[in-house]
Design a protein around this ligand. Structure first.
Ligand SMILES: NC(=O)C1=CN([C@@H]2O[C@H](COP(=O)(O)OP(=O)(O)OC[C@H]3O[C@@H](n4cnc5c(N)ncnc54)[C@H](OP(=O)(O)O)[C@@H]3O)[C@@H](O)[C@H]2O)C=CC1
Ligand SMILES: O=C(O)CCC(=O)C(=O)O
Ligand SMILES: [Mg+2]
Length: 436
């Protein structure tokens, strides 16, 4: 079997980069991947809401020309390949795309197609904003305090997939190499004959481009702080280095706009704690952005107990994965947690929900399409189509206020009526039309 031939939709024009900025025509071609499991249900709902938001905001002057591209089970079924080259090329050529979730088997089988896309396109930031919509049921007392934006490094870390399977020839050769050249490290492996091995690459370059994106976002959006989340006390040369490189970058590239906890420590050592506290207070009063850090385990407690202390978070790949699902719980769950994978240097971006395929609900028209709709909202904002993006947010607010919600909210919301995935989209579209 061969891969698909993609025929660009008539009337559409590719998005390009001009002078380092996205040049978005009024009729952009945007590729989409439907996704596995519940993907088709939530995509069908999402595309209707996004089209309605654009139509209402621009009265027909602007329109997205969707181009289906293939990955996952549908690609394998129809073309005998999980991730056709044409899909990766389309994401690259058309620059901005959106996708539903794709299945990754546990403990064997294919490696993650989601991760492959991020790596092949070098989408080094996984941007996951976490905010509460009024009325959404939450397990915490003050969900309105949760307004955080996760910048998760998206191409490195243990997520890179450098693994040697226990019992394989590669594993045997790798361990022999370790034993010969790094005997002290080898001696730390408790059961060498039966260990699978994973490698965790974390680079200065990868860290810096992620942290630069987080700081410039925080400055542009008048956020209070960037917290570097790491486990650098244990993994000193990967997560510890991430912290050190992050601080060094802030001090080197943003000396006038930021104040770092590292600076506070230096001042305390030289002049005492009172002087350091005053210096920090003065810097923040002058509008500087606070750059601080926190170890990953305690972060998971503190985002619950003192959410006000967290604003923008810059972290490594695996920590960011855990944190994004945990934070989503505080604002109503994974059904309403959007995201985008972005390369800010070449403009390439693939927007996708934080959640997975939720296979037990596949084809039931049941799950919340909110995460993918809000990922679409992020995409519209990324295109500079602010009016349409704002309209999506207003429609989401109004739909939730009307308490006609999908099962995940309905089971926790008093007085709510449960609606299907497609019906939630209908409610949002009705709200959009009321305002046009
Ligand atoms: N980017 C991607 O494409 C991602 C893909 N995956 C993949 O997805 C597959 C399944 O992963 P799994 O760990 O089960 O995680 P999922 O996120 O798919 O589902 C876990 C649970 O989250 C809730 N949930 C998920 N989506 C929604 C939604 N739209 N609306 C309401 N609730 C929702 C459901 O909770 P409840 O049971 O309480 O109703 C569901 O059972 C795996 O193959 C995994 O690798 C996972 C994450 C991201
Ligand atoms: O790729 C996958 O299957 C899971 C990825 C994931 O959980 C995430 O990126 O949040
Ligand atoms: Mg995840």
């Amino acid at each position: 079997m061969t891969g698909p031939t993609l025929i660009p939709p008539p009337g559409g024009v590719p998005i390009t980069m001009q002078n380092g900025r996205l040049a978005v025509p009024d009729n952009p071609i945007i590729p989409y991947i439907e996704g596995d499991g519940t993907g088709p249900d939530i995509w069908r709902a999402t595309v209707r809401v996004l089209d309605a938001a654009v139509a209402n905001a621009y009265g027909g002057r602007r329109k997205i020309h969707w181009l289906e591209i293939f990955a996952g089970e549908k690609a394998f079924r129809e073309f005998g390949t999980w991730l056709p080259d044409a899909t990766v090329e389309a994401c690259r050529d058309y620059r901005v795309s959106i996708k539903g979730p794709l299945t990754t088997p546990v403990g064997g089988g294919i490696r993650s197609l989601n991760v492959a896309l991020r790596q092949l396109l070098d989408l080094y930031v996984c941007l996951r904003p976490v905010r509460w919509f009024k009325g959404v049921p939450s397990p915490v007392r003050k969900p309105e305090s949760v307004d955080m934006v996760i910048f998760r490094e998206n191409t490195e870390d243990i997520y890179a997939g450098l693994e040697f399977e226990q019992g394989s020839e590669e594993n045997r050769r790798f361990l022999a190499l370790l034993q010969e050249h790094f005997p002290k490290h080898y001696a730390k492996i408790r059961f060498p004959d039966t260990s699978g091995i994973g490698i965790k690459p974390v680079s200065q370059e990868g860290t810096e481009r992620l942290v630069r994106a987080a700081i410039s976002y925080a400055l542009m959006n008048q956020r209070k702080s960037v917290t570097i989340v790491h486990k650098g006390n244990i993994m000193k040369f990967t997560e510890g280095a991430f912290r050190n490189w992050a601080y060094a970058l802030a001090e080197r590239e943003y000396p006038e706009q930021t104040y770092t906890w590292l600076q506070w420590e230096k001042t305390r050592a030289a002049q005492g704690e009172a002087a350091a506290n005053k210096e920090q207070a003065d810097a923040l009063a002058a509008g500087r952005l606070l750059i601080k850090d926190a170890i990953a385990d305690i972060t998971l407690q503190q985002v619950l107990t003192r959410p006000d202390d967290f604003d923008v978070i810059a972290t490594l790949n695996l920590n960011g994965d855990y944190l994004s699902d945990a934070l989503a719980a505080q604002v109503g769950g994974i059904g309403i947690a959007p995201g985008g994978n972005i390369n800010y240097q070449n403009g390439a971006a693939v927007f996708e929900a934080t959640h997975g395929t939720a296979p037990k609900y596949a084809n039931q028209d049941k799950v919340n399409p909110g995460s993918l709709i809000l990922s679409g909202e992020m995409m519209l904002r990324y295109l500079g189509w602010t009016e349409a993006a704002d309209a999506v947010i207003r429609a989401m607010d109004a739909a939730i206020a009307g308490k006609k919600v999908t099962y995940d909210f309905a089971r926790l919301m008093e007085g709510a009526t449960e609606v299907k995935c497609s019906e939630f989209a209908d409610v949002m579209i009705a709200r959009l039309k009321e305002r046009s």
